[in-house]
Design a protein around this ligand. Structure first.
Ligand SMILES: [Zn+2]
Length: 500
């Protein structure tokens, strides 16, 4: 879109005029505010808004016209009525525990009437503000009028370095054809102002920061005194031992999978204990520090800090190994300690190694046990049925004279007997059983003296027993009506002989 020009300069007097203030056509007698070229006023007809056009062919599009007009009007306002400059306010704060200590500051608004104005004059090598107003006391305030170009962060740094107060007025949202009355009203709008630099506001902020710093240091003093008292009391009551309950354990965990996909967890936990301290307590701004000695003569940096201070300095690097004991108010109104370790990466790495080793050992034990079970099962299979039964009975501590083999057409016997039947399957390395298979198992029929007639009735009789074993976590419903045998039925301990 081509830029539209609504503002121009009268050729003779140099006045800045709006399109509606001049005659139509060449009679306007105006030149371009950007290039100085001759302009023609086009008051137009129909939809075309009144505007200026260059009379000769030119590259110039008069983009700076509105900016120039605004500057011109602003100078007029500053010299004649004066302009109210906005107040500046802010706050400085710091967190102490969850509480925020805040100091606000404010510089009130101000009526600026310019004694004189300079435009487009270099203030420094790298800064030429749109205009500089000087009040009757000789104070200078720079103005930047933003139509299409705002000051960048880099520009603002330059302005601050120079030190002259500076206000940016944002009129970027005003139409290109705004006339004198509209432009004047908009330039008066306080909300269009932004202080790029204001010395008095910086001073007020600095003052507030000093107050904040002094308040913070006062709070530190209060808390440091508290810590001294706390340490003195602890020492009197329990000596070095008063520190130990606050020391957190260090631990590591390592998970490994056994050949069956089960998870074996290796774990180590160490709780270091302080046996003595090796130096005088050094009291500083944020608490007290000392060299402490652990059980095996390992030295650590120990500090006691108040919770309030600690959360501020949390990021400060701790030379490890270091133990920070944080003092806090407990609910009972007493003070207690809570410890945190820092710089113990090497210890942690060692614990991780130990946890891994523990997992490997546990895996080996499981493997060993599995091998024992396999040997046992192989041997069990080679036994005669009578011997197998006797092994099972011994395993469950049932005397051989117990009437397991009592004739019962519905195989209605005790839970213990059903348990041992399931165990028999487990030894034979079955992972699941079905009621119908149990009902038709010849081994049972022969060994336990169960009737082989009427398989369906036996199934019905078996079902409640299997349900009971499910409730007792010995079986679990599996796929296709099968019952998975759970690990709860322990096999024999490896190495236990099958027969005496
Ligand atoms: Zn031009």
């Amino acid at each position: 879109m081509t830029a539209k020009i609504a503002w121009a300069k009268k050729r003779d007097l140099g006045d800045v005029v709006h399109i509606l203030q001049v005659s139509n056509g060449k009679a306007a007698d105006c030149v371009c505010l950007d290039c100085g070229g001759e302009l023609v006023a086009k008051h137009g007809t129909g939809k075309m808004a009144p505007h200026f056009a260059h009379s000769a062919n030119t590259e110039c599009r008069g983009e700076g016209a509105l900016h120039y007009a605004a500057k011109h009007l602003l100078a007029e306002i500053l010299l004649q009525q004066g302009l109210i400059l906005s107040s500046s306010s802010g706050e400085v704060s710091e967190y102490i525990r969850s509480e925020r200590v805040v100091f606000p500051y404010q510089v009130p608004d101000l009526m600026l009437r310019a004694h004189c104005i300079s435009t487009e004059k270099d203030v420094s090598d790298d800064w030429r503000p749109d205009l500089v107003a000087v009040d009757k006391n000789g104070n200078s305030i720079a103005f930047e009028v933003a139509v299409t170009h705002f000051k960048s962060e880099k520009d603002i740094i330059k302005i601050r370095r120079h030190g002259m107060d500076c206000v940016e007025i944002d009129i970027s949202d005003i139409g290109w054809d705004a006339d004198r009355a509209k432009l004047t009203a908009e330039l008066h709008e306080i909300k269009r102002q932004k202080w790029l630099h204001r010395k008095s506001a910086l001073e007020a902020k600095f003052e507030a920061s000093e107050k904040l710093a002094s308040r913070i240091s006062q709070l530190h003093d209060i808390h440091n005194k508290r810590i001294r008292k706390f340490i003195a009391k602890g020492w009197k009551d329990k000596g070095v031992g008063f520190l130990n309950p606050a020391i957190p354990s260090l631990s590591a965990r390592h998970e490994a999978r056994d050949v069956f996909g089960g998870i074996v967890v290796g774990e180590v936990v160490r709780t270091p204990r302080i046996v003595r301290i090796d130096s005088e307590w050094k009291h500083g701004d944020s608490g007290a520090a000392v060299t402490a000695v652990l059980e095996k003569g390992v030295k650590i940096n120990l500090s006691i800090v108040d919770e309030m201070v600690f959360y501020q300095d949390e990021d400060s690097c701790m030379e490890g190994p270091a133990l920070v004991l944080v003092v806090r108010d407990s609910s009972a109104g007493n003070m207690d300690l809570r410890g945190e370790w820092y710089g113990v990466e090497r210890w942690q790495a060692k614990l991780d190694e130990l946890a891994k080793k523990d997992a490997v050992e546990k895996l080996n034990i499981a493997k060993e046990r599995q091998r024992g079970l396999e040997d046992f099962a192989a041997e069990f299979r080679r036994k005669k049925p009578e011997e197998q039964l006797s092994i099972i009975l011994r395993k469950f501590g049932i005397s051989e004279t117990y009437s397991v083999g009592r004739y019962d057409p519905e195989w209605n016997t005790s839970e213990t007997v059903w348990k041992l039947i399931i165990w028999h399957y487990k030894v034979l390395k079955k992972r699941s059983v079905k009621v119908v298979d149990l009902a038709n198992d010849r081994w049972f029929a022969k060994m336990l003296g169960f009737s082989q007639a009427d398989s369906r009735r036996r199934c019905n009789g078996l079902q409640p027993w299997m349900d009971l074993l499910v409730r007792n976590n010995i079986l679990r419903p599996g796929l296709h009506g099968a019952l998975d045998i759970m690990g709860k039925l322990r096999g024999p301990v490896p190495g236990v002989p099958l027969s005496d």
